[in-house]
Design a protein. Structure first.
Length: 284
């Protein structure tokens, strides 16, 4: 494992999720593998795309030519969870490898969202449409049958089908009974929102470990998706500052002040920017 050239990884990610690309046209598998290149710079992206394609071929061989979503879900569950052995990593939930798609496929262990991404993309290759559901603390998938009824799938639990009561039970487990299910928790999220959630998971893991060097390229990728986010610009400035990247930090601080001139911390940021500017002047 080494550090990839962040420009090449960021450029690769931008070519897949840039603002000129419609959300439904985003290639989630290649986007997730671009994220993994932060940790694995020499990753053979196409080899892992081929593995997802192969899983879809295996599922297709088990799907009967009847339009029955439950039968398709059963075939997906059989191939992905029983044969390929994918499962939720309950023992080490905060291992960063749970967020890297190559590791998920190699180790068979993932988070609700990365397992959902594999499941969703295998299903898409069969023409079976699934959508991400960004429930707090536990990502799910949703399918609409021909009559418009919703089917909720929990990939962290082997593709179990959930009722709203089951969703409340999941929330109770995660939030110790302090959170009630609300309709918006089961709303469909965009592909960009899915990728942002994967990146935010990684960012949280690295920040908790105070590994700023690994956090910085994650924030770079978040900013590919949300270049106009003042909070992300500020966070990158602080990360750059802590890593001694003063010029980049100054650029970000000045950008933040342009975006949020009336922010509650604007004066503090101005003082910090001024201090960095003086430091850089002394170095010249």
């Amino acid at each position: 494992m080494g550090n990839a050239d962040p420009i090449s990884v960021t450029d690769a990610f931008a070519s897949i999720v840039g603002s000129d690309i419609e959300d439904e046209r985003i290639d989630l598998v290649r986007a997730a593998l671009a994220i993994a290149r932060i940790e694995y710079p020499d990753l053979d992206v196409e080899a892992y795309v081929a593995r997802v394609n192969d899983l879809a071929v295996r599922v297709a061989a088990q799907v009967l030519p009847v339009d029955d979503p439950h039968q398709t879900i059963a075939a997906l569950n059989r191939v992905l969870f029983e044969e390929a052995g994918l499962r939720g990593n309950r023992d080490d939930y905060y291992d960063p490898r749970n967020s890297f798609l190559n590791d998920v496929l190699d180790r068979g262990l993932g988070l609700p969202i990365t397992l959902s991404l594999v499941y969703m993309e295998v299903a898409r290759r069969l023409g079976f449409l699934l959508f991400g559901v960004g429930m707090p603390g536990h990502f799910l998938l949703k399918h609409y049958d021909v009559e418009g009824r919703e089917i909720l799938i929990d990939c962290f639990s082997g593709g179990a089908l959930l009722s709203p009561d089951d969703c409340q039970s999941r929330l109770d487990e995660i939030y110790s009974g302090q959170m009630s299910l609300r309709p918006e928790f089961l709303m469909v999220v965009s592909k960009r929102q899915m990728l942002t959630r994967i990146l935010n998971n990684l960012k949280s893991v690295y920040l908790a470990r105070r590994n700023f060097r690994k956090t910085l390229p994650i924030v770079d990728l978040i900013m590919v998706i949300y270049p106009r986010s003042p909070e992300d610009v500020k966070q990158r400035a602080l990360l750059r500052c802590s890593l001694g990247l003063k010029r980049g930090a100054l650029e970000d601080l000045e950008q933040y002040l342009k975006m949020s001139p009336e922010a509650s911390d604007a004066d503090e940021i101005r003082q910090t920017a001024l201090a960095i500017r003086r430091m850089l002047a002394l170095m010249n």
